[in-house]
Design a protein around this ligand. Sequence first.
Ligand SMILES: Nc1ncnc2c1ncn2[C@@H]1O[C@@H]2COP(=O)(O)O[C@H]2[C@H]1O
Ligand SMILES: Nc1ncnc2c1ncn2[C@@H]1O[C@@H]2COP(=O)(O)O[C@H]2[C@H]1O
Length: 374
Amino acid sequence: MQNQDQEYLLNNVNPILEQLALYLVKEKPDNVTQASIEWLSVTGAQIENGLHHNQNFHNDTVESSDDTESDEDDYELYANNPIRPDRASVSAEVYGIYNKKTNFKPKIVAKSHLQIQKIKEKLAQSFMFSELDEHDLRIVINAMEVIQCKKGDIIIRQGDDGDNLYIVDEGTLDCSRTKAGQDSVHLKTYKPGESFGELALLYNSPRAATIVAEENCVLFSLDRGTFNHIVKDAAIRKRERYEYFLAHVELLQELDPYSRSQIADALKSRNFNIGDYIVKEGDEGDIFYFLEKGEAVATKVLNQSQPAQEVYFYKEGDYFGEIALLRQAPRAASVIAETPCTVVYLDRETFKRLLGPLEDILTRNFKKYEKYMN
Ligand SMILES: Nc1ncnc2c1ncn2[C@@H]1O[C@@H]2COP(=O)(O)O[C@H]2[C@H]1O
Ligand SMILES: Nc1ncnc2c1ncn2[C@@H]1O[C@@H]2COP(=O)(O)O[C@H]2[C@H]1O
């Protein structure tokens, strides 16, 4: 082998393969190939990223390229990993994700292949994280800690300072709030896939409610530092973007501002040109819409021998597409853009989860279509 090949092997290939081998020996996954792919795409990629920033990375020892940095500045990649007995700490800067300007050093917590898989699944269900790109997602996954808690454990206490956001992996938790001089009021029950504890991090405010485990639970927690740098700005922007609009949607008047902010997290947006069909009569329907900008018209075939007729006119703040979701039926009408339109929408699952409390109102409102419905 030529000298430069040996050097490449030593500097670029060995550090990653050695770590991979150690990981596989510890985890002993049934499917080695799949586990390796997963590991390489998360931890391996970060090591590689670091290698490009610091060619001093050799074997098991990772040094910061900045000699003046103290050991206290290091972060533990294999902190809980017994297979890394000698030097457990790695500098986040080595991994190329240390942001000198903001002093952000992402936390890296060792986790099993299975735990990483579960975190990925739960993050995909959580609106606040679902739009992160691969790179940011990797940082969030690395920073997450797995927390086991027992029935009755208080995870968050109203009024406390807050340093973590949580995603429920297993179990249910009760969320309640007490107002001065009043009994505590139950706000909601958290189930797997849902997240809580974001308000204190988003707005630097005391915890707005108390959250207690109703049974033994597994949670994933994310620290304030990572949340602030990766998630916070986009989440605040999205909440602010829709805050005013949602506060003026008549349908949502009965919801409290917190529930509306949850809808803001979940909304997706799409533009249509004049004449575009937003919804087509007879199609399967899985989406519920609010008209954010523009005007649209609903048309319906009332007589098979005649073209569809206009049956409803939509202005900003109106909603449509609820019938297919509530009745499990094909679309009862078409909705067509009369001007350039922007709609914001929720999928069926999210509609059920967030607008479930409004089902009665939605069903009562069917009467506005009554004279046109079969
Ligand atoms: N109606 C509500 N008002 C405020 N917080 C709520 C509400 N319902 C659920 N919560 C959650 O309870 C959490 C308590 O901690 P945080 O204030 O950090 O974030 C809060 C929200 O995630
Ligand atoms: N006369 C009407 N009959 C039925 N749906 C209507 C009518 N006018 C407007 N719509 C809306 O058009 C939507 C088409 O999709 P959906 O059936 O899911 O929900 C429907 C209502 O929101």
